[in-house]
Design a protein around this ligand. Structure first.
Ligand code: EPZ
Length: 417
């Protein structure tokens, strides 16, 4: 298994180009199943989860090929409806093929994703909402057998809880349903807006009719298009935090500042100097980092996917901070490893009390999930000496070329087998 060696402490200086969004690419790749024509996708990040989703599409009969940096997906002969456990188990977003397969064929057999390090990750909201479109389910040996013999019929559905994946699955499923569907209490993450823009460009009839409400009128088929996915706002947030953490001076390029204004406001509150222009953000980290009380919430709140990263920054704050994780039930897996690097973080339920004025010491570390692993890299950037991070396959799921990007801004880092 590969490891990362990181030699801190370093002030990051220079430019970082942000890759395409993993969490926009995954639902958009799944949504290509609606099409019987060629779909060309640009700006897909070269990360493991995207590779896994492409393998899943191939297992369903999609023909995919890279033309330069673009991926061409041809589903003209795609007709399989079985998404196997061995692909879905490594990437929970595999459940996102359920909606398009039901829309196109009226039935599907998709492996339940199972849990992961950050929580049980159920899909009950997806299934209950799909049943309102006329889908009958049977759960057997870890698979969802879904069937809508008369095809999907539009309905009015209010989600009991904000769910990114359930919102995405239902929007895609409703695109071919008879009549129209109104979804209320939707998640409105930018990646969902990107998915909707992609579907509209393909010819789907979709309109936002309220802050968290959307109307989808069924169509019969979609067009051949090419589409470029949005930037990865979590990758951008991670490197912004790295600059604030290391008193660095970074230019983060290929971003839309307005989409990450919550994160930028938080970093200004902590004391970083931020200047934004059309598609880039300049950030200068200051010696004094102010403490914070912060909680994670659905967009436009502070993202749970940056919680581990901001926790590292708050270990360096001038006073104690409090972080409340309101989205996942077990997203403090990084705390034990950070405490082994000298942090003093106490967790009580979904609250973490983070002591400030910490100097991280280098250590041998173990990554547990995607965002926890990058928080270990951040801590290692400020620890004088060599840290080693094991099980970096977690990191490779969602960060493209992380060593290359960090080396370019002055970090001594290398991957060892
Ligand atoms: C998406 O996961 C993201 N993944 C996650 O990013 C992100 O952390 C999460 O949204 C929240 O923003 C992708 O987009 C591929 P949810 P998802 O459904 O859709 C509960 C990363 O690091 N829930 O909004 O699975 C669930 O357990 C990943 O890139 C149900 O109870 O998240 C959680 O507590 C990690 N029943 C909460 O809702 C359901 O049917 C939010 O989950 C569905 C969800």
């Amino acid at each position: 298994m590969q490891k990362l060696e990181v030699f801190g402490a370093k002030k990051l200086k220079g430019q970082i180009y942000i890759s395409g969004s993993k969490n926009a690419s995954l639902p958009i790749l799944a949504a290509t199943l609606l099409s019987r024509k060629e779909i060309t996708l640009k700006n897909l990040p070269k990360v493991k989860d995207i590779e896994t989703m492409i393998n899943l599409l191939q297992s369903l009969g999609s023909i995919t090929k890279f033309e330069g940096q673009s991926l061409v997906v041809d589903n003209s002969k795609q007709k399989k409806i079985f998404a196997s456990y061995n692909l879905v188990k490594t990437m929970r977003a595999g459940i996102l093929v359920l909606g398009p397969l039901l829309a196109k064929f009226g039935n599907a057999k998709v492996s339940l994703p199972g849990g992961c390090a950050i929580g049980t990750r159920p899909v009950d909201i997806h299934l209950k909402a799909l049943s309102k479109l006329g889908v009958k389910f049977q759960i057997l040996n870890g698979y969802v057998y879904a069937n809508a013999s008369k095809g999907l019929v539009g309905a009015n559905i209010t989600f009991p809880k904000i769910s990114v994946g359930a919102t995405e699955n239902l929007i895609i499923a409703a695109c071919f349903a008879k009549g129209s569907t109104i979804l209320k209490n939707c998640a409105i993450e930018p990646e969902i807006k990107d998915l909707v823009n992609f579907l509209i460009k393909m010819g789907c009839k979709i309109k936002w009719i309220g802050k968290r409400s959307i109307k989808i009128s069924g169509v019969k088929e979609v067009k051949e298009i090419s589409y470029s996915v949005m930037f990865d706002r979590i990758e951008a947030g991670t490197y912004l935090i790295a600059a604030a953490l290391t008193e660095g001076n970074l230019q983060i390029k290929n971003v839309i500042p307005n989409i990450i204004k919550t994160e930028l406001n938080i970093l200004k509150k902590i004391g970083a100097k931020i200047k934004v222009s059309r598609n880039k953000v300049n950030i200068i980290g200051k010696k004094k980092i102010k403490s914070l009380k912060i909680k994670t919430s659905p967009y436009p709140g502070f993202p749970t996917d940056l919680q581990a990263q901001i926790m590292v920054l708050l270990c360096k704050a001038n006073k104690k901070s409090i972080i409340r994780e309101d989205i996942f039930e077990n997203r403090f897996m990084h705390v034990a490893e950070l405490n082994r690097m000298g942090a003093q973080i106490l967790t009580k339920g979904n609250k973490a009390l983070v002591k400030g004025n910490i100097n991280f010491v280098p250590a041998e570390l173990m990554a547990t999930d995607l965002r926890a692993s990058v928080s270990l890299v951040l801590a290692a950037l400020t620890a004088k000496g060599k840290s080693v991070i094991n099980r970096i396959y977690h990191l490779d799921r969602g960060y493209e070329n992380i060593e290359k990007k960090l080396k370019k801004v002055g970090v001594k880092i290398r991957r060892i087998n």
